[in-house]
Design a protein around this ligand. Structure first.
Ligand SMILES: C[S@@+](CC[C@H](N)C(=O)[O-])C[C@H]1O[C@@H](n2cnc3c(N)ncnc32)[C@H](O)[C@@H]1O
Length: 336
């Protein structure tokens, strides 16, 4: 599980909030986009500063209930869209200059707790995993995709070593009955060569299915590209991620747009003069021990940010080429 958040029902702890506020300086005002509203921890903290404006997005319509208070108190300063962040380019930001775009990736604790979503391997809920605005569920994936495709998904998005054995058994078992959450956990348990003492046997397969069902990789890549286009010059792109695949994509994307190389092989050689992004820090920022103590799920969070120093010229093709192998695996869903 990953999530910004929470050790009990009442208190909400947005991950790395102090660090984010010190990077984005809301005290100077400006327009911000919170791409992963959730319970609104970041939006609320930014709106506490009077000269700010926040456009917030979340694909999960259940998060709308957390906007009521903010909408009431911040007329003309807060706007919410039930939208996927890959669609950032379709939202009307009223031609405003965007100072910062923030992402706090993954699921919230509320979503994991909701048994109907079937995100937890401890639940008897349906094998669903949809975050919102999806087209298919995990049940359809596990019960319909062929052996080779399931192995690619579990290997690439879950780094599950026993993928082949698990999938072989899924194929045998699904001929007898539909595979639901409980059954899947059972299959994984008897397929694993070794029982992992630290993490639950099902962690990796569940992570892979979640990523696949929500097209988390394509979402992230499209959102990174759109963010760079939308940000004003000197604007900040800031992301908190919770698993290594996401962090690797962000790191690679930042590197591609910030190193003194030609931006695109489709453009004439520009001798590295037109880097689009600048990194203040190469290493990610991690939560303090104090934060981890208060909010244990924050322990796997990594924050990276970059500053847009030049207008974005044709860079998309190169980005897509870099990540095509991952996007192609997510596109196996076209077979469903
Ligand atoms: C970790 S939570 C964010 C928590 C938030 N920072 C807070 O303080 O409450 C992630 C949120 O992002 C949303 N989300 C994940 N992927 C998304 C996407 N592709 N487009 C829009 N929202 C997304 C989820 O529905 C979830 O509510």
């Amino acid at each position: 599980m990953n999530a910004t958040i929470i050790s009990n029902d009442e208190k909400h702890y947005p991950v790395l909030l102090d660090e984010i506020l010190s990077i984005i300086s809301p005290q100077n005002g400006g327009t911000f986009i919170d791409c992963t509203f959730g319970q609104g921890g970041y939006s609320k903290a930014i709106l506490n500063y009077p000269k700010t404006k926040v456009y917030a997005l979340d694909r999960d319509n259940n998060t709308k209930k957390y906007t009521n208070d903010l909408l009431e108190k911040n007329k003309d300063r807060f706007f919410f869209y039930n939208s996927k962040f890959s669609d950032l380019d379709k939202i009307n930001f009223n031609k405003e200059k965007i100072k910062t775009i923030i992402f706090d990736l993954g699921f919230s604790y509320n979503q994991v707790k909701d048994l109907k979503r079937g995100l937890s391997f401890f639940s008897d809920g349906p094998l669903d995993m949809r975050m919102g605005l999806n087209t298919f569920s995990a049940l359809e994936v596990v019960n319909n995709l062929d052996q080779k495709d399931l192995v690619s998904i579990f290997k690439t998005f879950g780094e599950e070593r026993d993928s082949k054995r698990i999938v072989k058994n899924i194929i045998i078992e699904r001929k007898k009955e539909i595979i639901d959450t409980k059954k899947l956990v059972k299959i994984i348990n008897f397929s694993k060569k070794k029982n992992n003492k630290k993490t639950h046997n099902s962690t990796k397969v569940f992570q892979a299915l979640r990523i696949f069902v929500n097209k988390e990789i394509s979402e992230l890549i499209k959102a990174l590209i759109n963010s760079v286009k939308i940000l004003e010059k000197n604007g900040i792109l800031i992301l908190v991620s919770f698993h290594s695949l996401e962090d690797k994509i962000i790191k690679t994307f930042f590197k591609l747009l910030s190193e003194n190389k030609k931006i695109s092989r489709y453009m004439p050689d520009n001798k590295g003069k037109t880097n689009i992004l600048k990194l203040e820090k190469k290493k990610p920022i991690l939560p303090s021990t104090k934060e981890i103590k208060i909010n244990n799920p924050s322990r796997s969070a990594k924050l990276r940010y970059a500053i847009k120093i030049n207008e974005a010229i044709d860079f998309e093709k190169e980005v897509y080429e870099k990540f095509n192998h991952l996007i192609n695996i997510e596109n196996l869903s076209d077979k469903l």
